[in-house]
Design a protein around this ligand. Structure first.
Ligand SMILES: *Cc1c(COP(=O)(O)O)cnc(C)c1O
Length: 359
């Protein structure tokens, strides 16, 4: 065996292991996590639920208790919901169930890189409909044309890493214009002042909405995401999934989080206020450009971004995400909104590194 790559699936042989560029830092604003964590009362309720959970038994594959809580929250039928090991698993499973060699997947970069990665791994062909280079708005007519004969079209709203919203009217037109499925990734919807496309589920049979507990619910480590769609689409997700991918402990804790969702409202408000504060303070620093964001992060452009990213990490123990090598995002960094204290640290550090006093 001398050429291991030759033994691999060709689409896998060209990949490198995913590197989130983790570093041991004091302030981690790199992965759009929720720095606040869950409210203390919810943590107590989770601890109680975990103590009652029998980890010697395999999980119920479809997470019925969690599914029931989600169904109540969203006012839809449990048959319209599937829970996954993070939203990422559901993106993979969507391409696994509905993609095929040569099937067309459409997305709008700059966007979440996972779509292209998983689609290509599963043999799909990815077509890009690039966003406006200045505003990151979607080119709606180009998208509608490209999506017409696509198997799966992905719309991310708010978009990662740009923070841009997609209008609901576009999603409606897209679902009508394509012969395939439309995935609306709403991983950050809880931070946006705009309605979810969930309201359209009843009328659009090819719509798939993706949500996650990783961001607003501060549960990234618990790995719980879910998709909402017509029962036939959910059945296809269920058919291809690994039956035990969502463990009993995460199912139990997530059911508590969803049941106690009202307790998270203060944290969400703090993040939304923190986003406004951070955007205002960063844009006061000369040379820094901040895009409006409907998510829990800001995309910024600043001079010599890669070197600023390194110095934030090495001199200030602050980790943000470096997008400066991504096409269309030259000199861009993505900064997660953290606690007020974390937000102040990142503003002061960037002001200092750019040689300006924070005002
Ligand atoms: C974070 C994120 C997800 C899902 O993340 P999980 O932790 O796997 O649930 C999905 N889409 C986008 C755009 C994201 O940023």
């Amino acid at each position: 065996m001398h050429d291991l790559k030759a033994l691999m699936r060709p689409a896998a042989a060209v990949l490198e292991p995913y590197d989130p560029a983790f570093a041991a830092v004091e302030v981690n604003l790199s992965s759009n996590e929720n720095s606040f964590g869950a409210p203390p009362a919810v943590c107590d309720a989770m601890a109680h639920a975990l103590a009652q959970t029998a980890a010697n038994r395999y999980p119920d594959p479809l997470a019925p208790a969690l599914r029931a809580e989600l169904a109540v929250w969203h006012g839809i039928d449990p048959e319209q919901i599937i829970v996954g090991n993070g939203g990422d698993e559901l993106i993979f499973n969507l391409f696994l169930a509905f993609g095929a060699a040569g099937a067309k997947v459409v997305n709008c970069p700059p966007t979440f890189s996972i779509y292209r990665l998983y689609a290509e791994l599963l043999g799909c062909m990815v077509a890009d409909v690039p966003r406006d280079p200045k505003t990151f708005a979607i080119d709606e007519e180009a998208l509608l044309a490209e999506a017409a004969n696509a198997r799966i079209t992905v719309i991310t709203t708010p978009n990662n890493p740009t923070g841009t919203l997609a209008p609901l009217a576009l999603i409606e037109r897209l679902c009508a214009a394509t012969e395939g499925l439309v995935l609306v990734d709403e991983a950050y919807l809880e931070f946006a002042d705009s309605p979810s496309s969930l309201a359209l589920l009843g009328t659009l049979p090819n719509l798939v909405v993706l949500r996650t507990l990783s961001k607003a619910f501060a549960f990234a480590g618990g790995r719980i995401g879910y998709a909402l769609a017509a029962p036939e689409i959910i059945a296809a997700f269920a058919a291809v999934r690994q039956p035990y991918s969502v463990n009993v402990l995460s199912q139990a804790a997530a059911a508590v989080a969803v049941r106690e969702r009202a307790a998270y409202e203060g944290i969400l408000r703090s993040i939304i206020e923190g986003r406004a504060w951070l955007a205002e303070e960063l844009s006061k620093i000369e040379g820094v450009r901040v895009w409006p964001s409907s998510a829990n992060f800001l995309l910024v452009r600043l001079p010599d971004a890669h070197s600023i990213w390194e110095r934030l990490r090495d001199e200030h123990s602050i980790l943000v995400r470096d997008f400066s090598q991504t096409p269309g995002l030259g000199d861009c960094l993505r900064i997660t909104v953290g606690t007020p204290c974390e937000n102040e640290r990142v503003v002061a550090a960037i002001a200092e590194l750019l040689g300006k006093d924070p005002s």
